[in-house]
Design a protein around this ligand. Structure first.
Ligand code: NAP
Length: 656
């Protein structure tokens, strides 16, 4: 397996090297070892040391995480038990090092033993295969195709076109090539990264632990912190592209403008426009859209927006040439992007007006912007197995996450502010945490959301949002905007506040999935027109009458409160590769999803979303399309999606 053990982005200092105690360097002292053991989480530490040493006595039942307390620090262990566990791990590590024995290799039974400890014996049978894939132990790649095109259809040259070289497109290109397909990726930008290339606003950062927000087949131990800043994530994607040698199949600065299915050749004709304006067309046997959802800026339809006389821009088109220093800045929007760039804007501006329509729920995350201590990376050097178990631990912590607290209890009396007992508990907890940060009652009243938690994505926050909003020169404005004037912003109460610069943190046109690209299927029907603002697909990937066309991160595959979107994308990529493999084995050329399968699936999704908090509240969100349907979100658990996509069933398709 190609393993991406990229170099740390932070340059380790000599001091760091000394503490790490790399081979040939000084041996760490007892204190230094203790420091390393303390820098990491105790449960994955026990698993990693058991893995490295083969000493499974470390995985004592009384030290196992309490699955009912996974959201609580310690996960059921008290401080003394944690200290004991770390001491046991340290002792086992020292003994193993003294013995000179090589790293232990886990047998499948031993893997099960470790899963039993980490996720609980009652979960292991159901989750084991999924966990093995996510763990992807060094030297293994469980999701890799087990066949090659040359073996199953030696006479077929099957060409796949992938649209977009963001995270999803890179995953698709890698797996399709692994299976032996000829792959071309068309990317409108001049570099990889997609949304992580385009969103360069100050403070931009991932809100899922990096270990999970990265590929199972290209794991990295080099993350600077738990949640990377955009430059680190982009650097990871560039390194992966390099190490997996994907550059050769990507054509940069080429935008797919249209794709048409030709019934007679059973192929797609893909129209391409290059950056210099020239156009060309190419053929594809299969077409995979990896255009993402969160990269086409959405500007609010506010009267006078174009009349503003000063500079204005969207967060996803950050204009570095506009100095904010000492100026009056207006920010429209208080969503996930704004929460990240507003503190930096406040640092620079002389005055900041923050226009809020709906206050966000904040998810307290103490270490959100912190780098790992050097001892974390030192431990990883000394216990190389830790990275994998840490990733699996993050996966397990988030696999369901707070999903149960997002489920509607139909008997819950007043659904406007919370939708169940656990949702109400979260509401009270998050409101209390906010109150502790905002003593001013009037300001708190403006900042506390009226809608139930998780109806929209809660924003990770280490306290900086409330601290920023409470600065002297920052004003939180909740009167609705009536107009943007040449010199500022007028609100419905008649007041007008001057602004030198206006910044829109108003999100993306997420529900217009494939626009502005045109996609013409069998019979010439255009997909965006067919959807008419209400995108649907089978498994989020395929649509009847669009043979051999697949989408990644398509309709109803977004996660609100559990897991990482990368897991969903890897499931989708596996499905596409396996489905094409099955198609070619049958000797057919094209597969088109059956309408009855597609419709029944979407009914199920709609019913599922109606049971979730985002499906029953009327708070504005990008999850709901202009027809009022939740077109973005996956309403069920990760295991459900993994099971549905694991083995494609050609009976779901018409084959030609
Ligand atoms: P967003 O969450 O949709 O937020 C848009 C903001 O603009 C909201 O506060 C919205 O108010 C406001 N707005 C929109 N139209 C408006 C109008 N006409 N007048 C006044 N305010 C208006 O967009 P985003 O912040 O770019 O985030 C989108 C998604 O991208 C997130 O949910 C997340 O999934 C992803 N994201 C992730 C990260 C990360 O990983 N850290 C960072 C950024 C984005 P309402 O709430 O009232 O609609």
């Amino acid at each position: 397996m190609l393993e991406c053990r990229c170099a740390p982005t932070v340059d380790p200092t000599d001091e760091h090297n000394r503490v790490v105690g790399r081979r040939g360097g000084p041996t760490p002292t007892g204190d230094e070892l203790q420091h390393m053991l303390d820098a990491v989480e105790v449960h994955p530490l026990l698993c990693a040391v058991a893995h490295l040493t083969g000493d499974f006595s470390l995985l004592r039942a009384d030290l196992a995480p309490d699955q009912a307390q996974m959201l609580v620090p310690g996960r059921g262990l008290g401080p003394d038990q944690e200290a004991e566990a770390r001491a046991l791990a340290g002792q086992a590590l020292l003994e193993h090092e003294a013995s000179g024995a090589p790293p232990h290799e886990l047998s499948p039974d031993e893997v099960t033993l470790v899963f039993d400890f980490l996720v609980g014996p009652s979960s292991t049978p159901q989750w084991s295969d999924f966990l093995v894939e996510e763990l992807a132990l060094a030297g293994t790649d469980p999701r890799a195709p087990s066949w090659r095109l040359q073996e199953i259809a030696p006479s077929r040259d099957f060409r796949c076109v992938v649209i977009g070289a963001g995270i999803s497109g890179l995953a698709a290109a890698y797996r399709l090539r692994q299976a032996g397909f000829t792959v071309t990726v068309f990317e409108k930008n001049d570099d990889v990264g997609g949304t992580w290339l385009q969103n360069v606003y100050p403070g931009c950062r991932v809100d899922v632990p990096n270990q999970l927000y990265s590929f199972s087949f290209a794991q990295s131990d080099a993350w600077v912190g738990r949640y990377s800043a955009q430059p680190d994530l982009l650097a990871y994607l560039r390194r992966v592209t390099e190490e997996l040698r994907l550059h050769s199949c990507i054509r940069f600065s080429t935008e797919v403008t249209e794709a048409r299915y030709e019934a007679d050749t059973q192929r797609w004709v893909v129209e391409i426009r290059r950056a210099d304006g020239t156009t060309t067309s190419e053929h594809a046997d299969a077409l995979v859209s990896a255009v993402g959802q969160l990269n086409r800026p959405s500007f609010p339809a506010i009267a006078g927006r174009d009349s503003f006389g000063g500079p204005s821009f969207h967060s996803a088109e950050w204009d570095d040439s506009v100095s904010l220093d000492g100026r009056r800045v207006a920010v429209v929007g208080t969503g996930a992007s704004a929460a990240q760039f507003v503190p930096a804007v406040a640092d620079a501006a002389a005055h900041l007006d923050l226009y809020q329509r709906t206050p966000p729920w904040l998810m307290p995350t103490e270490n959100y912007r912190d780098p790992f201590p050097p001892a974390y990376h030192s431990l990883l050097e000394r216990v190389p197995t830790y990275g994998r178990w840490d990733r699996l631990w993050q996966f397990w912590l988030m696999h369901e996450g707070l999903l149960p607290a997002a489920k509607v209890d139909p008997t819950w009396p007043d659904q406007r502010h919370s939708v169940s007992e656990s949702n109400d508990f979260m509401r009270a907890m998050l409101a209390d945490l906010l109150r502790a940060q905002v003593p001013d009652e009037a300001l708190f009243d403006k900042m506390v959301p009226r809608f139930p938690p998780f109806a929209k994505r809660a924003l990770r926050d280490d306290g900086i949002w409330a601290a920023t909003v409470q600065q002297e020169h920052v004003e939180l404005i909740t009167e609705p905007i009536s107009e943007i004037t040449t010199t500022g912003i007028r609100t419905t109460d008649g007041s007008e506040r001057p602004a030198d610069v206006v910044i829109y943190g108003t999100g993306f046109t997420a529900s217009q999935f494939l626009t502005p690209m045109r996609l013409l299927g069998r019979g010439g029907v255009e997909l965006n027109e067919q959807w008419d603002g209400d995108a649907r697909a089978y498994l989020g990937m395929t649509v009847p009458e669009f043979p051999n066309f697949f989408m990644l991160y398509g309709p109803n595959t977004n996660l609100v409160i559990n897991g990482s979107i990368i897991v969903m994308v890897e499931c989708q990529v596996r499905y596409i590769v396996e489905a094409l493999g099955q198609l070619l084995r049958t000797g057919h050329h094209a597969m088109s999803c059956r309408s009855d399968v597609h419709d029944a699936y979407n009914d199920e999704i709609d019913a599922g979303n109606k049971e979730m908090v985002w499906g029953v509240t009327d708070v504005p969100s990008w999850y709901r399309n202009r027809r009022g349907r939740i077109a973005q979100n996956w309403p069920f658990g990760l295991l459900d999606y993994w099971e549905r996509t694991r083995h494609p069933d050609l009976a779901d398709y018409e084959l030609t």
